[in-house]
Write a protein that binds this ligand. Sequence first.
Ligand code: ATP
Ligand code: MG
Length: 423
Amino acid sequence: MAGKGNIIQRIKGVKDILPPDVSVWQWVEDSARETFESFCYSEIRIPIFEKTGVFSKAIGETSDIVEKEMYTFTDRGGESLTLRPEGTASVVRAYVENQMYNPPSAKKLYYMGPMFRAERPQAGRYRQFHQIGAELFGPEDPGADAEMIHLMMSIFENLGVEDLTLKINSLGCPECRPVYREKLAGYLDSRREELCDNCARRVDRNPLRVLDCKSHACGQIAEEAPTMTDSLCGECKTHFDRTRALLAAVGVEGKVEPRLVRGLDYYSRTAFEVASGALGAQDAVAGGGRYNSLVEQFNGPSTTAIGFAIGLERLISLVEDKGGVLAPELFFIPLCAEAEEKAFLLARNLRNDGYLVDMSYGGSLKSQLKKANRASANVAVIIGEEELAKSIALVKEMKTGEQSTVPLDELTQWLDKHFMGEE
Ligand code: ATP
Ligand code: MG
């Protein structure tokens, strides 16, 4: 036996998702797909890694992600590559590279899959985690903002996840945001001594980020800071009000959170986050917002967009357990080589008919029946030399122990009648 020291262990901060837990994941993913489709979103599959510039350029050099969370390495050709820390930058890269803006119409995309961030692992925070996200390219109308937020909330609703807080804010536009930025920087400068080291540096480079800082001291200072909401220009204010009115029309209540800035550089106007009191310290289950300049930054035609990402691990910890063990309906027990060949053929036909069929390989009848029991099979189909000679099978219902002798060429009809109620 290998000692524990000899076992190769997974990387810290990543998880194996094992059966039966994986069935909850499948259920959540399937439900999300249905919701996306009901809103006419199509799936896009983007690569797991990209040239580092895709992320550093889009997410922003001063963001937490780019400053300290990216898994970046140099490949054999000397190029800097990065495991994707989020989906939006790659989707925008793909949108531009594949000219998805042609023909010009709204493009509605969703994705799901693993993301990678070199963070300190803790409950609800992993180094490989999963996101479900969507992006809508084209319309700048507040209808698009409301649709995106409604779509995200519908995913939660369809999974039966309740008691979520939707926080919503407007980050302004290139007209009004710089004015606010100046106002905020002035205020923060006057309290620079009290800020954490990181934020003291950020006052000049990116003062909005200070509002997002998790440290207690900075939180207090942010509380008293001037708000973006009070600095919005007329157009941004109208856009924000209309977004909320449309959300109200579908019963989605958002709480205006004037200090919500989100940790990424690319947002403008609508930004939002969803939190759950049931999650503990890492309470954000989803976040998103409008990003109007990213497509242009990637040298695509001026196209506005909005998107969100849901953290799948945190979402799954909120859904009522819908997992289930995958149990075979039929469990074949062949007792000789020739019977095994016959069982292979019968199993193939029954699988094609839609049955869940498993097969036992070797051992005494008693030990194989034990296996059928352990697998929670409904029925064991036993074929030994004697049965084969008579062209019959012994069909044993595992729950009742009841046994029937069934001719092999009538097996399908017999099973259909007993298990599907078909004549
Ligand atoms: P946080 O404030 O928790 O660090 P974030 O702002 O970095 O979150 P986003 O980049 O907005 O997160 O990602 C969207 C969602 O992805 C989050 O709301 C969260 O549910 C999930 N998420 C982000 N980072 C992790 C992680 N390291 N492990 C697990 N889930 C994560
Ligand atoms: Mg983070």
